[in-house]
Design a protein around this ligand. Structure first.
Ligand code: SF4
Length: 477
C-alpha cells in the first residue's frame, strides 16, 4: 500500500508556534487511518531544521501531502524544493486553506475568461498566487477528510475534493499522531487546547477569506447541519482530558452561538463536567438571544471573543456586513461581563474608505465598551476574501494596482514570497493597504499608538514575542 506523509509546515512569523496544534492534518490522517490507509504526519511547527527533516524522509514515502495557510506557503515551497531535489520523482499534493481559496478564485476567473488557447496565460497574468501552486503535482480544494481521496484518483492537476456533510461520522482527530505535549496553552491556569466542533459561516465580511467556498461558507449540506453533536463534542473533550490531562478548551469555531437550539443542548451537557472554555461568539446573535450568556457561563465559559472589527457604524453596515453595530457590540461585552465572563474584542484598521475619524471611532469604542482584552490589527487582503477576489485594477493612487469598492487600495501579495505583513509584534507591523485618506504608514502609526495607549490604560501587557515572556498561566491567543 502507498505510504502518505502529511506535512504541517512551520509558521515562524507567529508570536509562538507551539500554542495550538494545526488540527487539519489530524482530521485528515484520522479519517485516512479509519479508511485503512498508511499515513503519518510530519509536524514541522516550531522547527528551524524543516529542510533536514524532510530530507530524512524524502525517499521513504510515496505521497507527500502538504497543507497550510497563505502565510505558510513560502515554507511549504522551500520544503517541496528540498523534497524534489532529493527525490525528483516524489508525488506532491497540496490542500488546505490556501490551496482551497486560490482554487476557488481560479475557477471563478476561468469561467469569466472563457475557454481559449491563451486561458492559462491569462490566468497566470491575472493573479500572482496561481503559478506557485503549480509547482505541486496536484492541487486539491475541499475538506481533507473527504478530499484526500482525490490523491489516489487520476484526473486534472487542479481538483475539487468536496466537503464533509455529516461531521459526526468522522473520527475524533487523534492528537497522538503528533508530539502533542510540545504544545502549551492555558486558560485560567488550566492545561488547555483547541477544538473545532462545526464548519462554515454564512456571513460575508469583506475581509474574511473563503466567502465563496463551500468549506468556509456552508453551514448545512444535504440535510446535515455541519456541527458535531453535543455528545460527540463531550466525547472529544473527555478523550483529551483522559489522555492528555486537558481541562480547558479554546473553541476555534467561527462562532459558537450560531445555532441557538444547539447552544441549549450543548451547554446542558457541558455542565456535567468541570471543564472551562473560551470561544468566539457572534455579538448580534448573543444580544438577540441573551439567555445564551447564562447558559454559556453555567457550561464553564470564562471568556468570550468577538470580531467587533470597527467602531464606525457606517463601515460595519457598508462593508463588514455582520448585521451588527457599535451599540450591539458594546451590549455583547456588557452582557458577557454581567454574567461573569471576560470579553476580548478584535478590531481592524484599514477598512475601505476609512478616515482618521473612523479609526478614532474604533478607539472610542474600545474605551467605551471596555472589553477585558482587545486586539487592533491591520487589514491584509487574502485570496478568498471579497476584498481580494472582487478587487479591480485601478490606477487612482500611484504605486497601488488594485482597488476594492474604489476605497481600499493594495497590491496583491505574492504569498509564495512574503510573510512580512504577518508579524503581530509592535514595531514590526506593516500595512499593504491604504485608503483614499490614510496612507499605509499612517495606518501602521495609528495602530501602534492606539494599541500602546489603550494597553497602558487598561493595564494589559504589551505584546512581545513569546521567547521574550515567561508562561505565567496567562491566556494567550
Ligand atoms: S469574519 Fe467571522 S462572521 Fe465574518 S464571515 Fe468571517 S467567520 Fe463569518
Amino acid at each position: 500500500m502507498e505510504k502518505t506523509l502529511i506535512i504541517n509546515p512551520p509558521s515562524p512569523f507567529l508570536l509562538d508556534e507551539k500554542v495550538f496544534p494545526n488540527l487539519a492534518p489530524l482530521f485528515v490522517a484520522s479519517a485516512m487511518l479509519r479508511d485503512g490507509y498508511n499515513v503519518e504526519i510530519l509536524d514541522l511547527s516550531g522547527r528551524k531544521d524543516y529542510k533536514e527533516e524532510i530530507g530524512k524522509r524524502a525517499l521513504e514515502y510515496d505521497v507527500f501531502a502538504f497543507t497550510g495557510t497563505s502565510s505558510q506557503l513560502p515554507f511549504n515551497l522551500e520544503i517541496l524544493g528540498e523534497l524534489k531535489r532529493i527525490n525528483p520523482s516524489s508525488f506532491s499534493v497540496i490542500g488546505g486553506p490556501h490551496a482551497s481559496v486560490v482554487s476557488s478564485l481560479r475557477r471563478k476567473m476561468k469561467s469569466q475568461f472563457g475557454e481559449g488557447p491563451d486561458l492559462e496565460k491569462k490566468l497566470l497574468e491575472y493573479d500572482p498566487n496561481f503559478s506557485p501552486l503549480e509547482k505541486f503535482d496536484l492541487i486539491i480544494d475541499g475538506e481533507g477528510e473527504v478530499a484526500y481521496k482525490e490523491i489516489f484518483r487520476g484526473g486534472e492537476k487542479w481538483r475539487e475534493g468536496g466537503i464533509v456533510h455529516d461531521l459526526n461520522s468522522f473520527p475524533i482527530p487523534d492528537r497522538g499522531l503528533i508530539n502533542f505535549e510540545n504544545y502549551h496553552y492555558e486558560i485560567d491556569g488550566l492545561k488547555a487546547t483547541s477544538i473545532i466542533t462545526q464548519r462554515g459561516c454564512p456571513f460575508t465580511c469583506y475581509f474574511c477569506s473563503g466567502r465563496d467556498t463551500d468549506i468556509y461558507r456552508k453551514i448545512r449540506l444535504d440535510g446535515f447541519l455541519r456541527v458535531n453533536s453535543p455528545e460527540r463534542v463531550l466525547e472529544e473533550m473527555d478523550y483529551l482530558h483522559e489522555n492528555f490531562g486537558i481541562e480547558a478548551f479554546m473553541w476555534y469555531d467561527d462562532e459558537i452561538n450560531l445555532h441557538n437550539e444547539k447552544i441549549k443542548d450543548l451547554t446542558k451537557l457541558l455542565q456535567k463536567r468541570p471543564y472551562k472554555h473560551r470561544g468566539f461568539i457572534k455579538s448580534e446573535l448573543f444580544v438577540r438571544w441573551p439567555e445564551q450568556a447564562e447558559l454559556l457561563k453555567k457550561a464553564g465559559f470564562v471568556e468570550l471573543c468577538t470580531g467587533a472589527e470597527s467602531g464606525s457604524n457606517e463601515i460595519l453596515k457598508k462593508f463588514v456586513r455582520k448585521h451588527t453595530t457599535r451599540e450591539t457590540n458594546k451590549e455583547a461585552v456588557k452582557l458577557a461581563q454581567k454574567n461573569g465572563m471576560r470579553f476580548k474584542a478584535f478590531t481592524i484598521i484599514g477598512h475601505p474608505y476609512e478616515k482618521y475619524e473612523d479609526v478614532m471611532l474604533t478607539k472610542d469604542w474600545i474605551l467605551e465598551a471596555h472589553p477585558d482584552d482587545f486586539d487592533v490589527t491591520i487589514h491584509q487582503p487574502y485570496p478568498g476574501a471579497p476584498a481580494y477576489d472582487n478587487a479591480v485594477k485601478n490606477n487612482q493612487i500611484e504605486g497601488y494596482e488594485w482597488a476594492y469598492e474604489g476605497g481600499l487600495f493594495f497590491n496583491k501579495t505574492d504569498y509564495s514570497k512574503h510573510t512580512t505583513f504577518y508579524k503581530g509584534v509592535p514595531g514590526e507591523y506593516v500595512s499593504t493597504v491604504r485608503t483614499p485618506s490614510l496612507s499605509a504608514k499612517e495606518i501602521v502609526k495609528l495602530r501602534e499608538e492606539i494599541d500602546f495607549e489603550l494597553r497602558e490604560k487598561f493595564g494589559l501587557r504589551q505584546n512581545k514575542r513569546m521567547d521574550e515572556v515567561s508562561y505565567g498561566g496567562q491566556t494567550k491567543k
